[in-house]
Design a protein around this ligand. Structure first.
Ligand SMILES: NC(=O)c1ccc[n+]([C@@H]2O[C@H](COP(=O)([O-])OP(=O)(O)OC[C@H]3O[C@@H](n4cnc5c(N)ncnc54)[C@H](OP(=O)(O)O)[C@@H]3O)[C@@H](O)[C@H]2O)c1
Length: 233
């Protein structure tokens, strides 16, 4: 049954057919939020979500398709991610240019809030993960663009930097949240990343925050909203 959040505006999920993105959709539906997904394959979207979501087709290289997808949305959550060193799913194409295109189209369309999944280590150009086509550098460029575009009055952003991603149920771990990109390792459940992204739509203290998040010990959580109270400006 949908849990009430008091938030009932439409949200676009980019990367919705990915492992984190599909958790974002599930958590939005859990709270009764109307969802539109921006996907490359309608068949994949329908197999995951049935008729519970609106589908906007396109790839992140296509500004017109993105413009149609963000139209009428109050929020955008991006769980986009690259999976190849070159081509349409590369870090350069997806994590940087694609994310920046999404942010720009969202701003033009009057979207109020954008939440984006980034990564721990994103400020460290010398991190070994950058051997994958500079993926962290690409993500950092997109982060900077989001902070610049969405910190203006009437807009807000939330940037979530998880550790290594795992596939477990949400709300099972106490979390450690940090700021300043000092963490070098740790695990985070995709479902908790999704939950934090969804909560950022209506939790006031999530506005204009960039933070890292990793699991601490197993300890069932009633809500993750309180973690936003631990963050500073
Ligand atoms: N893996 C880790 O341990 C780790 C750690 C920290 C942060 N992260 C970050 O967390 C985020 C989510 O990771 P994940 O493993 O859940 O991602 P994922 O399962 O690989 O999903 C990536 C999504 O991006 C979409 N995508 C890729 N290229 C696209 C394009 N050209 N146009 C439109 N959509 C495109 C994919 O669409 P299709 O479904 O059509 O392929 C998919 O929906 C990523 O940004 C990742 O870098 C990952």
């Amino acid at each position: 049954m949908a849990e009430q959040s008091g938030y009932a505006k439409k949200v676009l999920v980019a990367g919705a057919t990915g492992k984190t993105g599909s958790w974002v959709v599930k958590r939005l539906l859990h709270y009764g939020v109307p969802v539109r997904v921006f996907v490359r394959s309608e068949q994949k979207a329908r197999s995951l979500f049935g008729d519970a979501v609106e589908v906007a087709l396109g790839n992140i290289q296509d500004a017109d398709a993105i413009s149609r997808a963000v139209s009428g949305c109050d929020g955008v959550i991006s769980a986009l991610g690259s999976s190849a060193v070159s081509g349409e799913a590369s870090p350069h194409e997806v994590d940087r240019d694609g994310a920046i295109r999404l942010i720009d189209e969202a701003a033009k369309a009057g979207v109020r809030h954008v939440a984006m999944v980034s990564s721990i280590g994103v400020t460290k150009w010398f991190h070994p993960l950058n051997l994958f086509a500079g993926v962290l550098n690409m993500k950092f460029a997109a982060e900077e663009h989001l902070r610049q575009q969405f910190s203006a009055a009437g807009r807000s952003y939330t940037i979530i930097r998880p550790g290594g991603l795992k596939d477990e149920e949400p709300l099972q771990h106490r979390l450690r949240v940090e700021q300043g990109d000092h963490l070098w390792n740790g695990w985070t459940n995709r479902s908790d990343v999704a939950e934090l992204a969804v909560l950022s739509l209506w939790v006031e203290n999530a506005a204009n925050k960039t933070f890292e998040v990793i699991n601490e010990e197993l300890e069932p959580q009633q809500s993750l909203a309180g973690y936003y109270d631990k963050l500073s400006g």
